[in-house]
Design a protein around this ligand. Structure first.
Ligand code: GDP
Ligand code: MG
Length: 209
């Protein structure tokens, strides 16, 4: 009988559960451990840069041309593929809780509460609107002030409309250096690099073992 997953520390944003599973290989059956972890991540950026579209592409593999303003916050989930742990028979599976937070004109306690407990964030600017990157530095600083250890990935979205020009490339590079974060260009419309951004963030957040 396969034991049921046991949940530890349910109230903590990064909840851990461990279950064993039976792996059948050519050489016979053996027990492996699956370590399941929940991690909260946030999508950051000013209005209409493509936060909701990036989540829609990643979680549901779809895209909508219409702009529907996000009100408050919307949380989606996605189970990442199990990852092998070097030197260990255990595997780790990350369950991402993705917080798509509406752009706000100002930071207040509500926004700070949305950020609280996040292990990472994807910070997006719009390649067709260079000013959207200017606002990202302040948003990322605020996010890091709440979550100092959180991982970040910087994204220039809408690459299908506009490849990064010299100025935006410099700006993205500066943001990446300032926050010690990798940078990508993506298209939520075509899907280019969207999976790669989430996979990289999971790696940046680090395995729990
Ligand atoms: N061409 C193109 N349009 C995009 C892309 N990402 C988002 N959009 C469009 O940009 C608008 C704003 O996107 P949305 O995800 O709602 O932005 P949010 O306010 O940051 O959540 C919508 O009309 C989307 O269809 C993209 O990669 N390429
Ligand atoms: Mg939105």
């Amino acid at each position: 009988m396969i034991p049921k997953a046991k949940s530890i520390g349910k109230s903590h944003p990064v909840a851990l559960s461990i279950c064993s599973f039976l792996q059948i290989s050519q050489s016979g059956a053996m027990f492996c451990f699956m370590i399941a972890i929940k991690k909260k991540i946030c999508l950051l950026g000013t209005f209409a840069v493509g936060k909701t579209s990036t989540v829609e592409r990643f979680v549901y593999s779809r895209f909508n041309e219409r702009y529907l303003t996000t009100i408050g916050v919307r949380v989606s989930q996605k189970l990442m593929p199990p990852m092998a742990v070097p030197g260990n028979s255990a595997k780790v599976q990350v369950n991402l809780l993705i917080w798509d937070i509406a752009a706000m004109d100002r930071f207040d306690a509500v926004v700070e509460n949305y950020y609280r407990g996040a292990a990472g964030a994807i910070a997006l600017g719009d390649l067709t609107r260079p000013d959207s990157f200017g606002q990202l530095a302040e948003i990322c600083s605020r996010f890091r002030s709440i979550n100092p250890e959180a991982a970040l990935v910087i994204v220039g979205n809408k690459s299908d409309l506009q490849p990064p020009n010299a100025d935006t490339a410099v700006e993205i590079d500066q943001l990446a250096q300032q926050f010690g974060a990798p940078a990508f260009t993506t298209s939520a419309k075509s899907g280019e690099n969207v999976d790669a951004v989430f996979s990289r963030l999971v790696r940046e957040m680090g395995a729990p073992v």
